[in-house]
Design a protein around this ligand. Structure first.
Ligand code: B3K
Ligand code: ZN
Length: 877
């Protein structure tokens, strides 16, 4: 452990910057070993700061070597500045000056993938959140916005493509015969949106004509061997640009929009102004190498990064506590876009399923934090599901409270009022309030209060008066540093069904309708409906109108009725999930007690009826038939018994498979398509139902099912079907699984993105030898510790491997802890992410919990990066 621990930064300490940088002129003399960066910063004191004596303190980072410093034309001698804890401090400054700063950096030794680094044979950058300071000294904070001009100098033979933000304004040769290219971005921006790329890249060109008939040049750059896989992303980009014009009235501003794919990237993608940089796994797509899920992911991420041009770039964040201002809003925008492109209900089910599994777990763990955190040690740790996904739920609730029209008026006002500014979540809410007249004072608590609220509902029906009363209570559990919780404003969308499943119209507060939004604002509240003709079954929280856990004592018959008849597609799915959860929780209890497992027949009956209902979208049928995941069951459990969860889920799946084997076989056969692969909603739906059916059918003794898996694997004309067959073989422990894995690797060993899927599946095998397999994978030629995608595949896959990770002897925990220690210095962001499975230690069954804790303590004893230190220390607090 270090002597002194990293310090905490608080939102309450925010102060405006003492200096502003009107113009930033950068010159990069690119070289793999040592790149020289010269910056000319046109600075002045910030009139809003008031104090004229505050010294100039610039942010820098480890690995940045200062080799020259001048103020206007005066070279500063060493006694006129100092460097302390990565800050450059200059005491005496004029009110206005040009600071010239020369730094030396080493891109090829940069393994953190922050700042300027090498990926394959190219140079690229990642500056959000605080990466720019690893390039040069700067006021590296989002409320300092500057107009950037960037000159790139490099050897044109090796780096024919040299890109930065904005427009190319000049190109020529230096005296030494190198090429230089000058880029200018006319829109003031914070340093986190700066980008630079240089390499020998292929390009695909296109044009988008905006609603005002301006032609925008679109370019996607990749390494030459990948350029045949960008057509889908290009079409997705054009759909996104059109959608943002139609849905939000937002038109693209520059004359050129570029995307570059890189292999080594810490996350999915980055919205740098006019020059998005993507993890190649989130951009490249072809039917042979890409699954349906990945196609949808490419489309959603292309849209997300593009949408940031307004929600993030034109209007940016004042400070990093406001991260959800851009991320929550942009996730909401990309979710709506994907819903519009495909199916609204399917998209909602997928998003909620993810939220309830992963964000709810985060919100219940030691890293729980509000959507607008009050403090952090390392901001990279706060690119979380809470900031992104729960943040998007907050925006969605505002949409519900205002209605579509007023929400649009609110977003128009927000963009108009704050264009070119760095603002706060409060500014966003104020624009929504001012445009709609809706008071969101209490609602704003969602931004500052962590934890997932629990809403408990009871009801009473009075037949004589036709009155139906719903009593709702809300309670938010205690989270770190927040011992007391206030009542939230929770919009609960509700409908009523009669005992045959028909929608009932009812009157609440003078409004008669089949669907009402209840405003739950107190800790306990009664809602009284009149004109109710029969005892209703409530359909609660329709569309998942708020990110809460809902408790209502439904009978199995109620759930079956909602599952078959609710007009709200989301609640049909949710009711089926609840039915399965009830069944599984009973089985888990039996498994823990060592009893013989047995189930009731309701779920089987429900599934049978569902499969027979021809009116349903096959994608919805597939979702409803998908059992709650082990991860979701773990989130619901306390304490978690991993082996019992695994046993219960496997048992239920086998029971359903045997009881409905004929149905699953028919579903499989009837949804087999022979046509050319297309990534459209209809075909994706059929493939998902077919493959889900196969995953059940194979759990029976049917020889035909075993053969079907092998046949599909061998003859599939697309990756979705081939990889599904392989996964089914692996997870059902098919006798040919090992052979199939070997054949698959051999077939795809030259396609790194496919190899990553193979690595993940291999690491997720639930076998007694799983840890040996994983260790072998890390020695495999396909593995590379420097590549985050590969690390995520193997160690991420292993972290989700319930049996192997939670092995009783603690070997899984020890192994993961070793890898975290190994990566801690090399790539702190990735190391910190790998800690997630260990952060659940307090909820584990006692023997496992102890073992996890001692691994956490072992990690804490190391000399840790800020990233890992923050997670581990909070975990053990
Ligand atoms: N804004 C980036 C995320 C940056 C993460 C930095 N550690 C991608 C996105 O959310 O669009
Ligand atoms: Zn984003």
């Amino acid at each position: 452990m270090k002597e002194s621990q990293p310090s905490t930064i608080y939102l309450k300490d925010y102060k405006v910057p003492p200096f502003l940088i009107d113009k930033t002129e950068l010159t990069f003399d690119l070289d793999e070993a040592t790149t020289i960066v010269t910056s000319r910063l046109h600075m002045r004191r910030n009139p809003a700061c008031g104090k004229s004596t505050v010294p100039l303190t610039l942010d820098g980072g480890e690995g940045v070597k200062l080799i020259g410093l001048a103020m206007d034309d005066y070279t500063l001698p060493p006694e006129e500045y100092r460097i302390s804890e990565n800050k450059l401090i200059i005491t005496a400054t004029a009110d206005q000056f040009v600071l010239t700063c020369e730094t030396l950096i080493e891109p090829q030794n940069n393994t953190s993938l922050e700042g300027l680094y090498r990926s394959s044979s190219m140079f690229c950058t990642q500056c959000e959140a605080e990466g720019f300071r690893h390039i040069t000294y700067y006021l590296d904070r989002p409320d300092v916005m500057s107009v950037f001009t960037t000159t790139i100098i490099a050897d044109a033979d090796r780096y024919p493509v040299m890109l930065s933000n904005g427009n190319e304004v000049e190109r020529g040769k230096t005296e030494e015969g190198k090429t230089f290219v000058v880029w200018n971005d006319p829109f003031p921006k914070p340093a986190y949106l700066f980008a630079l790329v240089a390499g020998d890249l292929a390009v695909k060109n296109d044009i988008f004509t905006t609603q005002n008939k301006r032609d925008v040049k679109l370019q996607i750059f990749t390494e030459t061997h990948n350029i045949d896989k960008v057509d889908y992303a290009m079409e997705a980009l054009k759909r996104s640009m059109r959608w943002d014009e139609e849905a939000y009235g937002r038109e693209y501003d520059l004359d050129i929009f570029m995307i570059v794919a890189v292999d080594d990237f810490n996350m999915g993608a980055m919205e740098n102004k006019g020059l998005n940089i993507f993890n190649s796994s989130c951009l490249l797509a072809s039917p042979e190498t890409t699954t349906d899920d990945s196609y949808l992911r490419v489309e959603a991420i292309v849209a997300h990064e593009y949408f940031h041009n307004w929600s993030g770039n034109r209007v940016t964040c004042r400070d990093w506590f406001q991260l959800s201002l851009k991320e929550g809003f942009t996730v909401f925008r990309d979710q709506t876009f994907s819903a519009d492109m495909h199916s609204e209900t399917v998209k909602r089910v997928e998003d909620v399923s993810f939220l309830r599994t992963a964000q709810f777990a985060e919100d219940a763990g030691p890293m729980a934090h509000p959507v607008r955190p009050a403090s952090f040690i390392e901001i990279s740790n706060f690119y979380t599901l809470t900031v992104y996904e729960k943040g998007a739920e907050i925006v969605r609730m505002i949409h519900t409270l205002l209605g579509a029209e007023k929400f649009r008026a609110g977003s128009d006002l927000y963009f108009e009022r704050h264009d070119g500014q760095a603002v706060t979540c409060d500014d966003f809410v104020s624009a929504m309030e001012d445009a709609s007249g809706v008071d969101l004072t209490q609602f704003k608590r969602w931004y500052s209060q962590a934890g997932t609220p629990v809403v408990s509902v009871t009801d009473e029906f009075d037949a004589a008066s036709g009155t139906y009363r719903l009593t709702m209570k809300q309670e938010t559990p205690v989270t770190p540093n927040q011992p007391t919780k206030l009542a939230l404003h929770i919009p609960v969308r509700v409908g009523l069904l009669d005992q045959s499943g028909n929608e009932l119209s009812a009157t609440l507060d003078g409004t008669t309708a089949e669907d009402h939004v209840l405003h739950l604002t107190s800790s306990e509240q009664v809602f009284e409906f009149s004109g109710v003709t029969a005892r209703p079954i409530p359909s609660l929280l329709r569309g998942f109108s708020a990110p809460v856990k809902l408790h209502y004592d439904y009978t199995p018959a109620n759930l079956l009725l909602l599952m078959s008849s609710d007009s709200d597609g989301f609640n049909r799915w949710s009711s089926a999930q609840q039915l399965a959860v009830n069944e599984l929780q009973a089985l888990i209890g039996q498994a823990i007690a060592g009893e013989t497992l047995s189930i009731d027949s309701q779920l089987i009956d429900g599934f049978k009826a569902l499969i027979g209902d021809c009116n349903l979208d096959p994608a919805m049928v597939a979702l409803i038939l998908t059992l709650p995941s082990q991860a979701y069951l773990s989130e619901l459990a306390n304490p978690i018994y991993p082996a019992a969860i695994k046993q219960a889920r496997h048992y239920l799946k086998t029971q359903l498979a045997n009881a409905l084997s004929g149905e699953f076989e028919s579903l499989y056969t009837n949804n087999k398509s022979q046509g050319v692969y297309q990534a459209n909603a209809e075909d994706i739906a059929c493939r998902s139902l077919k493959n889900l059916a196969l995953s059940y059918w194979v759990e029976t003794d049917s020889e035909a099912a075993q053969q079907a898996v092998v046949q599909q694997f061998e003859f599939a004309n697309n990756m979705t079907d081939q990889f599904s067959a392989l996964s089914i073989a692996v997870h059902s422990q098919h006798e040919k699984a090992a052979d199939m894995l070997a054949v698959f690797y051999d077939q795809w060993k030259n396609e790194p993105l496919v190899v990553n899927k193979w690595l993940m599946l291999s690491a997720g095998q639930e076998s007694d030898d799983a840890l040996i397999i994983v260790k072998g994978l890390m020695e495999h030629p396909a593995f590379d510790l420097k590549n985050p995608n590969k690390v995520r595949s193997v160690l991420g896959g292993f972290g989700q491997n319930m049996a192997a990770f939670h092995k009783e002897d603690g070997s899984g925990y020890r192994f993961l802890a070793d890898q975290i220690i190994l990566l801690n210095k090399r790539n702190p962001q990735i190391a910190s992410r790998l800690c997630t499975p260990l952060t659940r230690w307090k909820k584990m069954q006692p023997e496992l919990s102890e073992k996890m804790k001692s691994e956490l303590e072992r990690i804490l004893a190391e000399d840790l990066s800020k990233d890992v230190y923050e997670v581990i220390s909070k975990c053990l607090a």
